[in-house]
Design a protein around this ligand. Structure first.
Ligand code: SAM
Ligand code: SF4
Ligand code: SF4
Length: 350
């Protein structure tokens, strides 16, 4: 079916969603607020590529808070229910709580969340919570300080992220999702210690298969620890029970500790792709709309936003781009697709 189709509203208050060629509604928007980061995670912004001479976006190229809020509102009017702020490192964007406050006022937005490396949470958790941020996800790949430093590649100590997590809990963000990208031979021995540390109702730990995003991280299938292996590794130390999805299209397979000690998720983007239920659009910090994490090019919305175009016209452009979407990269992954040019994760937001 060519997907010029209006989906039924997800709830009584949702506007009708636009759906793509595979019948997938537009429900989630990831807004990248900066392409800069204070970490150089080996799987995302390797130092040899993102070195001191790297040209990041100039300030004038980055969407303003007003532009971000306007475009976010248009997306929500088209059925988006959840917005995640990302980057780069979103906490590096100056005055981020001001943006959060503006976004939090968008009518019908059900979920406003943020993914961060946690380095700035000790000071920003409370202002972000006060500004109306609903939830946070903190990326943390190891508890072992040496392993963590090797993965962030800027000698950032793990205790500062743990302090940030404490501040986030004190500010009222619970449960907090923890994202751990698992890379074979680098941090796979941290799978069980992480589960032990983040056991309990305050955290939801999610293991993420290392992905071939971008073209700079030297990804090899051999470096991926598949979900099944992560699970059997965990099974040796914990008694886990699978949970049903929270909602259709949830990307993580969820498990609970049988002893009531909280929840764990595994995101198997490589070994068991979930393209069929992918409802996410991504907007880069400079306003490029990507309909897949593995797209090579985006669709530039900035000239539309800066040329005085009406909301109606911008809405038509967004709807038409989504209707034309047929992406399912992970389902089609092969040696050939891995070698194709792709936008970097730090540009379009994870
Ligand atoms: N800087 C923030 C952070 O690290 O949380 C937000 C941006 S980061 C690009 C978003 C997420 O993408 C993080 O959880 C990160 O671990 C994940 N990520 C980055 N590169 C990845 C890769 N090659 N495979 C899997 N996940 C990746
Ligand atoms: Fe920065 Fe996040 Fe990428 Fe690490 S994963 S380099 S923290 S953007
Ligand atoms: Fe969605 Fe693209 Fe990832 Fe498939 S590969 S789940 S379409 S972002």
């Amino acid at each position: 079916m060519y997907a010029d189709t209006e989906m039924a509203p997800a709830s009584a208050t949702s506007p009708p969603a636009v759906s793509d060629r595979l019948g997938r509604p537009l429900r989630d928007l990831r807004l990248s607020v900066t392409d800069r980061c204070n970490f150089r995670c080996v799987y995302c912004m390797p130092k040899d590529v993102f070195g001191p001479g790297h040209a990041f976006l100039p300030k004038s190229a980055v969407l303003s808070f007003e532009e971000l809020t306007r475009v976010a509102r248009i997306f929500v009017e088209q059925g988006v229910e959840k917005i995640r702020l990302t980057g780069g490192e979103p906490l590096l964007r100056r005055d981020l709580p001001v943006l959060v406050n503006m976004l939090a006022q968008i009518e019908n937005l059900k979920d406003l969340t943020l993914t961060t490396n946690g380095s700035g949470l000790a000071t920003l958790a409370k202002p972000l919570h006060d500004a109306g941020l609903h939830r946070i996800t903190v990326s943390l790949d190891a508890l072992d300080d040496a392993v963590f430093r090797a993965m962030n590649d800027v000698e950032f100590p793990v205790h500062r992220v743990l302090n940030g997590l404490d501040a986030a809990l004190e500010s009222g963000f619970a449960p907090i999702k923890i994202n751990m990208v698992v890379k074979r031979g680098v941090n796979d021995h941290q799978i069980v210690p992480m589960a032990r540390h983040f056991q309990g109702p305050q955290f939801i730990l999610r293991y993420i298969e290392y992905m071939d995003v971008g073209n700079t991280n030297g990804w090899r299938m051999d470096d991926v620890v598949p979900a099944g292996e992560i699970l059997s590794n965990l099974g040796e130390s914990f008694d886990l029970r699978q949970l049903p999805p929270n909602y259709p299209g949830e990307v993580a397979k969820r498990f609970r500790h049988a002893n009531g000690g909280g929840e764990i998720g595994i995101i198997s983007s490589v070994s068991q792709p979930f393209c069929r239920s992918c409802t996410r659009a991504r907007l880069s910090a400079e306003g490029q709309l990507y309909t897949c994490l593995f797209s090579s090019v985006g669709h530039d919305l900035k000239p539309l936003l800066r040329s005085g175009m009406t909301d109606e016209k911008i809405t038509r452009v967004i709807r038409s781009l989504w209707k034309d979407r047929s992406d399912r990269y992970s389902e089609l992954r092969s040696a050939e697709t891995t070698a194709l040019p792709k936008a970097e994760m730090s540009l379009l937001g994870g």
